[in-house]
Design a binder for this molecule. Sequence first.
Ligand code: ADP
Length: 447
Amino acid sequence: GGEAFDIVIVGSGGAGLSAAISAYDKGVKSILVLEKMPMTGGNTNYSSSGMNASETMFQKEQGIEDSNSLFAEETLTGGHDTGDSELVKFMCDNSGPAIAWLNDLGIKLDSITLTGGMSVKRCHRPTDGSAVGKTLVPGLLKAVEERKIEVRINCDAKELIKDGDAVTGVKVEEKGKAYDIAAKAVILASGGLGANIDMVTKYRPDLKGYVTTNQSGATGDGYAMAEAAGAELVQMDQIQIHPTVQQEHSQLIAEGIRGAGAILVNSEGKRFFNEMSTRDKVSAAELEQPGGFAWEVFDQQVYDKNKAVGNYDKAGLVVKGASVAELAEAIKVDAATLKATIDTYNAVTTDGKADEFGRDKGLIAFAEGSMYAIKVAPGIHHEMGGIRINVKNEALTASGTPIKGLYAAGEVTGGIHGNNRIGGNAICDIEVFGKNVGEVVATALTK
Ligand code: ADP
């Protein structure tokens, strides 16, 4: 018969590539990674924040006090106590070792910052503070290439093959040609569903018409395949929307820009909410504004501090003015109101009084001079629900029984983030569980 591998991994994002590397290093050499798109890396390519992790080698070096239990507590609280505490504990306890593992692979995430929803600096970024995806994906790909693991692009997994209750392979389609691949274990690492609006609205009819930040391969195939093979899908209605998405380009505007001092104003030039609050709340507040959008406004300091802004500018997403008045004219808001908004914000940052919206992070006064704005509104960002798994990454049925031969890791799984994901926790999720699933499967196969 046709092709056969020990392990077939569906998806070449952070979770899939990490699984391939760790399985290989645990002794399984017969591994195939399938990728439906012409390019590898999935949404992980576009991850802009960093990897949250606790008790890490870099936190210790930098004297940052943190604990796995605090990380777990803040993750569960951030998800309004709807996450699976066992999965969360496992993720947090294994986050430090995952940072060290990546470092051994040559992926050094030692610039540590804060995102919304954490009390300690825990978000690990590349040394130069740039977006994590652009370092993580090439680093993982290099490790995959060094191990000569095959990544087959333009190869779309269509269906799981079963023998009785066990999964024994995948049916694929490569450039119009359909064929079967046998596997002792299949790992689904196929990411989310944001680019499949039919599936999004099946679970969340209210998200009709929303743009998405997801790459076009995020079509939710993994959910459908797992469900057809008997797995339970949990919390599928928990689709995270991100508050700062430039709509025409579906471009996510990085959270770090607000962290560096940017504010959100409505079409009247007024602030309306704590910009550093969680994604669900900021998104909801924006939708209540006239027109359902906001202008993210910032000065030259913020522009210079965030590499990403230069890229948004090149793409034509940034509106400029030489002064507050000129910016106000360019974005058609009342100049006096915008000036009053900025003056009030500046006063708070300097007099130490509580901000009227409860913002207590990233309060940095605007300097005189050039002003910038990006028009933003909420967009579909991340499926927090997904395939039910245990800490061995086994795909589970509704009664909690593992499906033989079927594993899942990364965004395609559910239960970790509950109903609100903290920025930086997706990379922690895909790295901890991606590394874990490779080890678990390799251990089972080499026994
Ligand atoms: P994660 O962050 O969980 O690793 P990503 O979105 O980064 O998820 O990566 C998932 C990858 O899986 C994407 O590159 C996507 O194109 C790919 N993918 C999705 N569905 C399929 C499929 N049916 N067959 C092969 N690859 C798939």
